[in-house]
Design a protein around this ligand. Structure first.
Ligand code: AMP
Length: 116
């Protein structure tokens, strides 16, 4: 499987890491849409392409929960006490461009109301 974010996990593609442990990697988005824009991803198998993949692999839902717990733990350290937005694009209609489940974390400015 040729996956960009797996390449980042493996260190074959450079990234600006903000957090890493055995199961989670959080790194800066290469094309930030806010002063703070990071991507939070899971490591390990089975590989989840998107939120929809959790239907096939529900045993990974706990890992996703832990990823949110890490975001909550780190947000103040990242200067997000004013608030932040977590977004997951899923599939074609949402214009998901990388088929490795990821959560955008956006903040450090007032975000628009529009989610579309
Ligand atoms: P999505 O469109 O939801 O699939 O988001 C993919 C995100 O990955 C986009 O915001 C891109 O800017 C980001 N991205 C693509 N390549 C890289 C990279 N090498 N390092 C960091 N972020 C990347």
């Amino acid at each position: 499987m040729d996956c960009l974010f797996c390449g980042i996990i493996e260190g074959k593609i450079p990234s600006d890491k903000l957090y890493e442990d055995d199961g989670i990697l959080i790194f800066k988005d290469i094309a930030p849409e806010a002063p703070f824009h990071a991507l939070a991803i899971l490591k390990g198998a089975p590989h989840l392409e998107s939120v929809a993949s959790l239907a096939q692999f529900p045993e990974r839902a706990g890992d996703v929960g832990r990823l949110f717990a890490v975001m909550a733990e780190k947000q103040a350290e990242w200067g997000l006490d004013g608030g932040f937005r977590v977004v997951a694009n899923c599939g074609r209609d949402a214009r998901q461009s990388v088929s490795h489940l990821h959560f955008h974390i956006l903040g450090k400015r007032e975000l628009s109301l529009s989610l579309s």
